[in-house]
Each structure stands twice: as structure tokens, then as C-alpha cells.
Design a protein around this ligand. Structure first.
Ligand code: HEM
Ligand code: HEM
Length: 190
């Protein structure tokens, strides 16, 4: 059974909250606060009271309504950057490296650990690409290049989105079956 230090558990749960928060900002951006959908609502409602504006003006208003919410994507993005560095430092501790002693692992746990390496690589990529899109001007990049990076950042987001439920289902099943207590271990240390 794995044992988790307090600092590792703090990292795990802070990371979980930040990832769920980042996904939340994306779902809001694409859902309730979608500028295209809201621009149409603004346009329709204003037309109904005899105020006429163009669709582009309505889009500007809808984006302004979305902006304070999206600031949280950047704030949580900075926190994620900090957590990625924190996780790299944890690799030098017992808790941080125990999942990756491949010689001691059976086939199933080798695959689980490779999945963790995969998600770490994805989080690293999301952090670097996110910071690059945010600071593209300071970095001397063209808007077109930033847009291309954004397309990849957005595509790789799918991996994060699917990892979260699969991970939770995976650890809950493991806890019910042959790895009793793994969920409470990552809460109380084991
Ligand atoms: C929501 C975002 C979450 C993310 C991004 C995440 C990420 C991770 C990662 C990367 C590891 C591997 C740790 C290592 O390096 O060994 C891990 C381990 C673990 N997580 Fe999560 N986690 C999340 C949420 C949760 C939740 C909600 C639970 C509980 C239901 C949970 C339970 C566990 C457990 C039990 C382990 C240890 C598994 C093992 O022994 O291999 N995680 N998590
Ligand atoms: C797990 C981590 C992350 C996920 C899942 C994620 C997801 C996404 C997604 C899906 C988009 C596209 C939104 C859209 O155009 O509809 C996006 C855009 C963006 N993200 Fe992230 N992101 C993450 C981390 C970061 C980080 C660390 C930063 C930097 C601080 C960042 C900064 C940005 C920026 C600047 C945009 C472009 C917004 C725009 O075009 O106005 N992201 N992100």
C-alpha cells in the first residue's frame, strides 16, 4: 500500500481543485457565457424594445460579460504553473516517486503509472502553452502563431476532461475491489 506525505496530499487535492476549476471556466466559456449565443440574446432582446445594434456590437458586449469569469482561467493557470513546479520537486521525495518503480509493479499498475506520466506530460504542456498564449506579445510572437498554439491547447484539453472522471471511477473501483483504502490513503496518508 502506498503512503502519502502531507505535502503530497496537499499537492494532490490542490491540483484536483485547480483542474476542476480550469475545466469549469472552459465549460462556462463554451456554455452559459458563450459570446455567440449571448450576442444573439442581447440582439433579440434589444430589438424587442426597439433598440437596434449590430451583431458585432452585441458580440463586444457578450465578450465583456464573459471577461471577469475568464480571468479565473488565467488566475487558476498561474496556480497550476506553481503546482507543476511543486510536483517536479515532489519527484525527489518518497511519496512522489513511489508510483514509478516500474520493476516492482505488475502489468496493471505499470499501465496505471504510465497513465500518470501521460497526464503529467499533458499538464506540463497545458501550462507552458497557456502561458505562451497569454504572454505572446511579450514573447514577440505573432497573433497567428498564438492562435495556432491555442488550437493545440484547446485540443489537448480533451485529454484533461476525460482523465478526471476516468481517474475517479478507476480509484473508486480499485478501492471497492482489491485495493481497499486507496482513496482514504490519499486523504489521510495511509
Ligand atoms: C479532479 C482532478 C484530479 C486529478 C488531476 C488527479 C490526479 C492524480 C494523479 C496525477 C495521481 C498520481 C499520483 C502519483 O504521482 O503517484 C493521483 C493519484 C490518486 N488520486 Fe487523484 N486526481 C484528481 C482527483 C481525485 C479524486 C476526486 C480522487 C478520489 C475520489 C482521487 C484519488 C486518487 C487516489 C486514490 C490516488 C492514488 C492512486 C494510486 O495509488 O495509484 N483523485 N491523482
Ligand atoms: C489543465 C489546464 C488547462 C486547461 C484544461 C485549459 C483549457 C483551455 C481551453 C479549452 C481553451 C480554449 C477556450 C476556447 O477558446 O473556447 C483555453 C484557452 C486559453 N487558455 Fe487554457 N487551459 C489550461 C491551462 C492554462 C494555463 C496554465 C494558462 C496560462 C496562464 C492558460 C491560458 C489560456 C489562454 C490565454 C487561452 C486563450 C483564451 C482566448 O483565446 O481568449 N490555460 N484553455
Amino acid at each position: 500500500m502506498k503512503k502519502w506525505s502531507a505535502s503530497f496530499r496537499f499537492w494532490h487535492w490542490a491540483n484536483a481543485v485547480v483542474i476542476v476549476g480550469l475545466i469549469g471556466t472552459v465549460l462556462l466559456r463554451k456554455g452559459f457565457l458563450s459570446y455567440k449565443a449571448n450576442a444573439q440574446i442581447i440582439l433579440d432582446k434589444l430589438t424587442a424594445i426597439d433598440v437596434s445594434i449590430t451583431l458585432d456590437q452585441a458580440k463586444t458586449i457578450a465578450k465583456a460579460i464573459r471577461a471577469p469569469m475568464w480571468e479565473w482561467h488565467i488566475i487558476l493557470g498561474y496556480v497550476l504553473a506553481f503546482l507543476v513546479v511543486y510536483r517536479i520537486l515532489l519527484f525527489f521525495t518518497q511519496s512522489g516517486k513511489q508510483s514509478f518503480r516500474f520493476k516492482e509493479l505488475n502489468m496493471h499498475h505499470k499501465l496505471v503509472s504510465m497513465g500518470y506520466i501521460g497526464i503529467y506530460a499533458v499538464l506540463f504542456f497545458m501550462t507552458i502553452s497557456g502561458l505562451v498564449i497569454h504572454f505572446y506579445q511579450e514573447l514577440g510572437l505573432l497573433k497567428d502563431s498564438a492562435d495556432e498554439i491555442k488550437d493545440v491547447h484547446e485540443a489537448v484539453y480533451q485529454v484533461v476532461l476525460y482523465f478526471v472522471p476516468l481517474h475517479i471511477i478507476g480509484v473508486v473501483i480499485a478501492d471497492i475491489k482489491e485495493e481497499k483504502g486507496i482513496v482514504s490513503n490519499i486523504i489521510n496518508g495511509g
